[in-house]
Design a protein around this ligand. Structure first.
Ligand code: MN
Length: 137
Protein backbone atom coordinates (compact mmCIF):
# COMPACT_ATOMS: atom_id res chain seq x y z
CA UNK A 1 0.00 0.00 0.00
CA UNK A 2 1.15 3.53 -0.75
CA UNK A 3 2.33 5.00 2.55
CA UNK A 4 1.81 8.53 1.28
CA UNK A 5 -1.86 7.94 0.50
CA UNK A 6 -4.10 10.48 2.19
CA UNK A 7 -7.61 10.11 0.71
CA UNK A 8 -9.68 12.29 3.05
CA UNK A 9 -7.27 11.84 5.93
CA UNK A 10 -5.95 14.83 7.85
CA UNK A 11 -2.34 13.60 7.84
CA UNK A 12 -0.30 11.32 5.55
CA UNK A 13 -0.02 7.79 6.93
CA UNK A 14 3.72 8.06 7.57
CA UNK A 15 5.92 5.04 8.23
CA UNK A 16 5.08 1.44 9.11
CA UNK A 17 5.38 0.94 12.85
CA UNK A 18 7.78 -1.78 14.06
CA UNK A 19 6.05 -5.15 13.91
CA UNK A 20 7.57 -6.21 17.25
CA UNK A 21 4.90 -4.44 19.30
CA UNK A 22 1.91 -4.75 16.96
CA UNK A 23 -0.31 -7.49 15.56
CA UNK A 24 -1.15 -6.50 11.99
CA UNK A 25 -0.19 -3.38 10.07
CA UNK A 26 -0.11 0.17 11.39
CA UNK A 27 1.45 3.47 10.34
CA UNK A 28 2.91 6.29 12.43
CA UNK A 29 3.31 9.89 11.38
CA UNK A 30 5.31 11.59 14.15
CA UNK A 31 3.90 15.12 14.16
CA UNK A 32 5.82 16.40 17.20
CA UNK A 33 8.94 14.38 18.09
CA UNK A 34 10.22 14.46 21.64
CA UNK A 35 11.99 17.68 22.54
CA UNK A 36 13.09 19.17 25.88
CA UNK A 37 10.93 22.28 25.56
CA UNK A 38 7.50 20.62 25.37
CA UNK A 39 8.24 17.12 26.73
CA UNK A 40 5.16 16.01 24.80
CA UNK A 41 5.08 13.81 21.72
CA UNK A 42 2.26 13.85 19.19
CA UNK A 43 1.84 11.10 16.61
CA UNK A 44 -0.90 10.18 14.15
CA UNK A 45 -1.46 6.41 14.10
CA UNK A 46 -3.46 4.48 11.48
CA UNK A 47 -4.38 0.83 12.20
CA UNK A 48 -5.58 -1.53 9.46
CA UNK A 49 -8.72 -3.55 10.34
CA UNK A 50 -7.77 -6.18 12.94
CA UNK A 51 -4.53 -4.43 13.88
CA UNK A 52 -3.77 -3.67 17.54
CA UNK A 53 -0.74 -2.96 19.64
CA UNK A 54 0.57 -5.20 22.43
CA UNK A 55 -0.41 -4.73 26.04
CA UNK A 56 1.70 -1.80 27.25
CA UNK A 57 1.90 1.18 29.57
CA UNK A 58 3.30 4.71 29.41
CA UNK A 59 5.37 6.15 32.25
CA UNK A 60 3.99 9.64 31.58
CA UNK A 61 0.46 8.59 30.56
CA UNK A 62 -1.16 9.00 27.14
CA UNK A 63 -4.09 10.79 25.53
CA UNK A 64 -5.79 9.37 22.42
CA UNK A 65 -7.89 11.58 20.14
CA UNK A 66 -9.89 9.44 17.73
CA UNK A 67 -10.27 10.99 14.29
CA UNK A 68 -11.49 8.29 11.91
CA UNK A 69 -12.98 4.80 11.76
CA UNK A 70 -13.79 2.48 14.66
CA UNK A 71 -11.34 1.20 17.23
CA UNK A 72 -10.99 -0.68 20.49
CA UNK A 73 -9.44 0.33 23.79
CA UNK A 74 -9.01 -1.96 26.78
CA UNK A 75 -7.56 -1.49 30.25
CA UNK A 76 -6.25 -4.58 32.05
CA UNK A 77 -9.12 -6.28 33.91
CA UNK A 78 -11.87 -4.27 32.17
CA UNK A 79 -14.04 -4.88 29.09
CA UNK A 80 -13.07 -3.55 25.65
CA UNK A 81 -14.47 -0.11 24.86
CA UNK A 82 -15.53 0.85 21.33
CA UNK A 83 -13.95 4.06 20.05
CA UNK A 84 -15.30 6.31 17.31
CA UNK A 85 -14.28 9.57 15.67
CA UNK A 86 -14.48 12.30 18.30
CA UNK A 87 -13.76 10.09 21.32
CA UNK A 88 -10.95 11.11 23.66
CA UNK A 89 -9.24 8.62 25.99
CA UNK A 90 -7.13 9.67 28.98
CA UNK A 91 -4.74 6.89 30.00
CA UNK A 92 -3.12 7.28 33.40
CA UNK A 93 0.64 6.72 33.85
CA UNK A 94 1.68 3.04 34.15
CA UNK A 95 -1.84 1.76 33.39
CA UNK A 96 -1.63 -1.45 31.34
CA UNK A 97 -3.79 -1.24 28.19
CA UNK A 98 -3.92 -1.71 24.43
CA UNK A 99 -5.59 0.03 21.48
CA UNK A 100 -6.27 -0.73 17.84
CA UNK A 101 -8.81 -1.07 15.05
CA UNK A 102 -11.97 -3.16 15.13
CA UNK A 103 -11.97 -6.31 12.94
CA UNK A 104 -13.90 -4.56 10.16
CA UNK A 105 -12.79 -0.91 10.21
CA UNK A 106 -9.59 1.00 9.77
CA UNK A 107 -8.97 3.26 12.78
CA UNK A 108 -7.03 6.50 13.19
CA UNK A 109 -6.09 8.29 16.39
CA UNK A 110 -3.72 11.01 17.43
CA UNK A 111 -1.57 9.75 20.31
CA UNK A 112 -0.32 12.44 22.69
CA UNK A 113 2.52 11.46 24.99
CA UNK A 114 2.80 13.91 27.90
CA UNK A 115 5.75 13.85 30.30
CA UNK A 116 7.86 12.33 27.53
CA UNK A 117 11.03 12.98 29.54
CA UNK A 118 9.92 10.08 31.77
CA UNK A 119 10.71 7.59 29.02
CA UNK A 120 9.17 5.47 26.29
CA UNK A 121 6.38 2.90 26.51
CA UNK A 122 6.89 -0.35 28.40
CA UNK A 123 5.83 -3.11 25.98
CA UNK A 124 4.33 -6.40 27.17
CA UNK A 125 2.78 -9.48 25.52
CA UNK A 126 0.61 -9.42 22.37
CA UNK A 127 -3.18 -9.19 22.71
CA UNK A 128 -4.42 -12.71 22.00
CA UNK A 129 -7.21 -13.39 19.50
CA UNK A 130 -9.43 -14.45 22.42
CA UNK A 131 -8.81 -11.13 24.16
CA UNK A 132 -9.27 -9.16 20.93
CA UNK A 133 -12.50 -10.97 20.07
CA UNK A 134 -14.03 -10.47 23.54
CA UNK A 135 -15.76 -7.19 22.67
CA UNK A 136 -19.45 -7.18 23.62
CA UNK A 137 -21.63 -4.30 22.39
MN1 MN B 1 -0.98 3.33 24.65
Amino acid sequence: MDTTETKNAIFPKGEHVPAAYFTGTAWLNMLVPHNPTFNTTVGNVVFEPGCRNNWHSHKGGQILICTDGEGYYQEKGKPIQLLRKGDVVQILPNLIHWHGATPTSEFTHIAIGPNAQMGAADWLEPVTDDEYNSYQP
